[in-house]
Write a protein that binds this ligand. Structure first.
Ligand code: NFS
Length: 571
C-alpha cells in the first residue's frame, strides 16, 4: 500500500489506465494535426497540400451522414472538418463520436454507449482519466479500468480520423512493390531517413526531394537523393510512395551507424532521444520539425502546413551539406534487404476482392471464411521491445498462424518486422501458407495480374492505420449481421512497448477482439486487475487480453480462439 492507503490493485489500475490515456493523447494529437491541415486546405490558407483523394472524401462524408450530392468538394470537406472538430469539442453527454459511429457496427456502438465507456469527446476522455487517477480520487480498480477504456476509445477515434483524413490529403494506399531493411541505405546517394508518425513533414520532403535530385547528383551522389523510412512515418511513405523502410523502432539507431545517413528527419512519437548521441559519432544531421518535440543535439526546423515545402527544402539542403562531410572510414553498409508488396488499405483489399466478384466484393472473402479455406483473421500490431529479440515473436507467430490458414494483417512495427523478414512476398505465401489460404491468395493474385499469390502478410500501414483493420472487420460483421465479438478475428501485440500499444490493445478488447500480448504487461502485481482485463472484460465486451510469452503456444492459443469463434457462428 502507498502511504495514502492505495493498495496494489488501485496502483496497478491507475498506472495502466494512465498508459491508455497517454496513448490516446498521442493518437488524438496526430489526428488533430492532420485535421488542422485539412481545415487550412479547405479555407485556402494552405496551398502546399490539396484534397488528393476526392472519392475517399465522399466515402467518408457519406459514412458520417453528410450530404454529398450536388455539392462542391470543398463544401463537403468543410462539413467533414466540422464533424471531426465535434469529436474534440462536443460537450453534450448524450452525444458521442461521429467517427466511431461511422466506423463501428451499430450493435457495437450501442453496446459501448450502454456500458458508459464513450466520452463526449476525445480530449475529455483523456483529461477525465488523468483527473480521476490523481492522488485521492478513484480507487476502485474496475471503475478505473473502465475510465481507461473510455480514454482508449478516444485513441481509436483519433486514429480513425488521422488515417482517413491523411488519405484524403495524401492519397489512399494501394499495392506497391518496395524493399525493407538496412540494406536500403545507399552509399551512392544522399540518404535521408524519415522517422516518426505524422506523415505531413515526410510528404513535404518526398515532394521537394523529387525536385532536388539534380543538386544531389551535382555533388557526386550518382543515385541522387535516397529517402528511406523509419518507424511509422516510414510506413506512411512506404505505402503511399513506395519509399523503402530502413528500420522499425528498435533498430532506428542502426540506420545512422551505416555511416552513410546524411540526415534523419523526425516528427513525433517513438523517436529515441538517443539518436543524437549516435549521430554525434557520424556526420549525420538530426532535424526535429515539431515545436513540441525537440531533442537536445538536433537542429530544429519548424514545419507547419503553411511553410511545409519551404521548410522541407531547407531540410534537404541540410542533408546535401552533410553529404560532403561523410567520413568514408565510417561507412559500414548492410546488404540485407527484402522485397515487399505493401499498401493494403481497406479500399485496396476490397478492390482486389472486387476482381473476383464485382457485384459483391466481400463475398469471396466471406465464402472462404465460411468454407474454412481461411480459418480466421489475425491483426498484428504494435512495437518492438528490448525485453525480446527484435521481431522474433512476429516471425514465429505469423508463420505458425499462416500454416493454419489464418489471414495475416499487420501495421506499425509489426508490419516492419514482417517486411524485413520477407513475408510480404508471393514466395512467402507459396512457402508458408496452408493450402486453403494459399488457394485464396493465389486466386486473388491471379485476378490482380500478379505472377504469383498475394503476399502472406498484408501491410495495412502505420499504427494509426489499425483503424483500417477495424473497417474491414466492420464490413464483415455487417455482412454477416453479427457483432465484432462474434467474428473469428484476433489481434496480437507480441512485442508491445509503447503507451500507444496499451491503448490500442485496450480498445481492441473493448471492440470484442481476443487480444494477445507476448510480453508481460505492467499489471501482474494485481490479480484483481489481471482478472478485470481477462475474465471481466470478456463478460462486458466479448474481447479480452491473453498473455503468452512462448510464440508457438501463443499461435496455438490464438488459433484455438479462432476455432471457438467459428463454432459460435456455426461454421
Ligand atoms: Ni505503434 Fe509506430 Fe512502432 Fe510501437 Fe512506435 S513506431 S505507432 S508505438 S514502436 S508500433
Amino acid at each position: 500500500r502507498g502511504i495514502c492507503g492505495a493498495d496494489r490493485h488501485t496502483i496497478a489500475a491507475r498506472q495502466v489506465a494512465r498508459m491508455m490515456a497517454a496513448g490516446a493523447s498521442a493518437h488524438a494529437e496526430h489526428g488533430r494535426h492532420i485535421l488542422y491541415a485539412l481545415k487550412k486546405v479547405v479555407d485556402g490558407s494552405v496551398k502546399a497540400f490539396s484534397i488528393r483523394d476526392e472519392a475517399k472524401l465522399v466515402a467518408v462524408a457519406r459514412r458520417m451522414g453528410i450530404t454529398t450530392d450536388g455539392r462542391t468538394v470543398n463544401d463537403v470537406a468543410g462539413d467533414v472538418v466540422a464533424a471531426s472538430f465535434e469529436d474534440f469539442g462536443n460537450q453534450d453527454e448524450g452525444k458521442h463520436s461521429n467517427w466511431l459511429r461511422a466506423l463501428l457496427p451499430a450493435k457495437r456502438y450501442e453496446r459501448l454507449k450502454k456500458l458508459g465507456v464513450m466520452a463526449p469527446n476525445i480530449d475529455m476522455g483523456v483529461a477525465q482519466l488523468m483527473s480521476r487517477t490523481s492522488i485521492g480520487c478513484d480507487a476502485d480498480p474496475l471503475n478505473i479500468i473502465l475510465g481507461g477504456i473510455r480514454a482508449a476509445l478516444g485513441d481509436l477515434n483519433g486514429m480513425a480520423l488521422a488515417t482517413e483524413l491523411s488519405d484524403v490529403l495524401f492519397g489512399t494506399p494501394s499495392p506497391v512493390v518496395t524493399q525493407a531493411d538496412l540494406g536500403v541505405v545507399k552509399e551512392t546517394a544522399v540518404n535521408i531517413a524519415l522517422n516518426g508518425h505524422n506523415p505531413l513533414v515526410a510528404e513535404a520532403v518526398c515532394r521537394v526531394a523529387a525536385e532536388m535530385q539534380d543538386r544531389a547528383k551535382a555533388l557526386g551522389a550518382a543515385d541522387g537523393i535516397n529517402l528511406v523510412g523509419v518507424c511509422c512515418t516510414g510506413n506512411e511513405v512506404m505505402l503511399r510512395h513506395g519509399v523503402p523502410l530502413a528500420a522499425n523502432y528498435l533498430s532506428q539507431e542502426m540506420v545512422m551507424m551505416t555511416g552513410a545517413m546524411d540526415a534523419m528527419v523526425v516528427d513525433v512519437q517513438c523517436i529515441m532521444p538517443g539518436i543524437t548521441a549516435v549521430a554525434e559519432n557520424f556526420h549525420t544531421v538530426v532535424v526535429t520539425t515539431h515545436d513540441e518535440n525537440k531533442i537536445p543535439g538536433a537542429v530544429h526546423r519548424a514545419v507547419h502546413p503553411e511553410n511545409a515545402l519551404e521548410a522541407a527544402r531547407e531540410i534537404v539542403d541540410l542533408a546535401l551539406g552533410a553529404y560532403g562531410r561523410r567520413n568514408p572510414k565510417h561507412i559500414h553498409l548492410s546488404d540485407t534487404k527484402e522485397t515487399c508488396i505493401v499498401g493494403f488499405s481497406a479500399e485496396s483489399i476490397v478492390d482486389a476482392l472486387a476482381r473476383v466478384n464485382p457485384q459483391d466484393p466481400l463475398k469471396p472473402l466471406l465464402d472462404a471464411i465460411v468454407s474454412g479455406a481461411i480459418q480466421g483473421v489475425a491483426l498484428f500490431a504494435g512495437c518492438n521491445t528490448t525485453q525480446l529479440d527484435q521481431d522474433m515473436n512476429y516471425k514465429m507467430i505469423g508463420r505458425e498462424l499462416a500454416k493454419r490458414n489464418v489471414l495475416l494483417l499487420a501495421t506499425g512495427c509489426g508490419a516492419g518486422a514482417f517486411a524485413k523478414d520477407g513475408l510480404m512476398t508471393s514466395e512467402a505465401t507459396e512457402r508458408w501458407a496452408g493450402d486453403g489460404l494459399k488457394g485464396v491468395l493465389t486466386l486473388l493474385g491471379k485476378e490482380a495480374g500478379l505472377d504469383g499469390p498475394l503476399p502472406l502478410v498484408f501491410h495495412m500501414g502505420s499504427c494509426v492505420d489499425n483503424s483500417r483493420a477495424v473497417s474491414v472487420a466492420t464490413a464483415l460483421a455487417e455482412k454477416l449481421g453479427v457483432d465484432l465479438s462474434d467474428l473469428p478475428v484476433v489481434a496480437s501485440a507480441p512485442e508491445a512497448m509503447s503507451e500507444k500499444a496499451v491503448s490500442i490493445g485496450s480498445w481492441s478488447v473493448a471492440l470484442g477482439f481476443p487480444t494477445h500480448l507476448g510480453n508481460i504487461p505492467q499489471v501482474m502485481g494485481s490479480d484483481q486487475v489481471v482478472e478485470i482485463m481477462t475474465t471481466g472484460a470478456k463478460e462486458a465486451f466479448g474481447g479480452y487480453f491473453m498473455v503468452e510469452q512462448d510464440p508457438v503456444k501463443a499461435a496455438q492459443k490464438l488459433y484455438d480462439v479462432i476455432l471457438e469463434r467459428r463454432r459460435g457462428l456455426g461454421i
